[in-house]
Design a protein around this ligand. Structure first.
Ligand code: AMP
Ligand code: ZN
Length: 113
């Protein structure tokens, strides 16, 4: 049976995505429904349902997700950006594989809706 997690399937190449970056631990791809001129997702290859499932052993990995996100933003011409993780359905999470949104290229308002 194939993995039911959408983002695990993207990592495995079962579902196509516009890849931005990949190494042995991290994968980044453009969001299918961009909310800003630049909007991509950075995910760990390790399946974690969200920040709430992290344990201490994941700290370096998720720190790397954040570093790669900021570096990719700069590489794509966006110096100032929002890096956000939704944690749970009420926070807007719809895909339950931890992911960092990187949004930029326009002025972003605060607070979010
Ligand atoms: P969240 O609402 O925080 O769980 O974010 C999930 C994000 O995944 C949304 O911004 C979606 O647009 C995005 N998304 C869903 N399916 C795909 C896909 N097949 N390829 C790229 N991005 C996707
Ligand atoms: Zn997954």
């Amino acid at each position: 049976m194939s993995n039911p997690c959408l983002f695990c399937r993207i990592i495995n190449g079962e579902i196509p995505a516009k890849k931005l970056y990949e190494d042995d631990e991290v994968f980044a791809f453009w969001d299918i429904s961009p909310q800003a001129p630049t909007h991509f997702l950075v995910i760990p290859k390790k399946h974690l349902s969200g920040p709430g499932e992290m344990s201490a052993e994941d700290e370096a990995l998720i720190g790397k997700v954040v570093r790669i996100g900021a570096q990719l933003a700069r590489k794509n011409g966006v110096e100032q950006c929002r890096l956000v993780m939704n944690n749970g359905a009420d926070a807007g999470q719809t895909v339950f594989h931890l992911h960092l949104h990187v949004l930029g290229g326009r002025t972003l308002s605060w607070p979010p809706g």
